[in-house]
Write a protein that binds this ligand. Structure first.
Ligand code: SF4
Length: 124
């Protein structure tokens, strides 16, 4: 069950230099189109598997500028980033991947229990 509220994380400013932005982000077709319309086609790319992602520059997402996200207030702020580290953008349920890319989850392991991801049970 989803908690009424999630614990606060020190995202602004982040003491971990936004470690969660180190890998870039997956963006939807619509988000990619909006980003390209506003920023040109140099900030996102399509992988060989057809997934759109933001590019990485100097170890961080290209939109990580001056200690923050340059598109945080835009309508096309990626749903993946909006949900991290709690909600998964695709399912709307708990974030399904490694939350410890946010070092707060290493420093405060109790956070991993707040909204745990339980893989769906297989039918036998
Ligand atoms: S989620 Fe974690 S790593 Fe990302 S900005 Fe917030 S505190 Fe920093």
């Amino acid at each position: 069950m989803e908690p009424a509220s999630f614990p606060q994380l020190p995202c602004f400013p982040c003491p971990h230099r936004a470690a969660c932005c180190a890998y870039g982000a997956t963006v939807s077709e619509e988000e990619a189109a909006a980003i390209i319309a506003d920023h040109g086609d140099g900030k996102v790319y399509r992988t060989r598997w057809g997934e759109w992602r933001t590019r990485i520059k100097a170890g961080r997402c290209v939109f990580f500028v001056d200690g923050g996200c340059a598109i945080h207030a835009r309508s096309y702020y990626p749903a993946v980033c909006r949900g991290f580290p709690w909600r998964d953008a695709e399912t709307g349920g708990p974030y399904e991947y490694d939350r410890t890319i946010c070092p707060e989850f290493v420093l405060r392991p109790e956070l991993t229990k707040v909204y745990p991801f339980e893989p769906p049970r297989r039918k036998s």
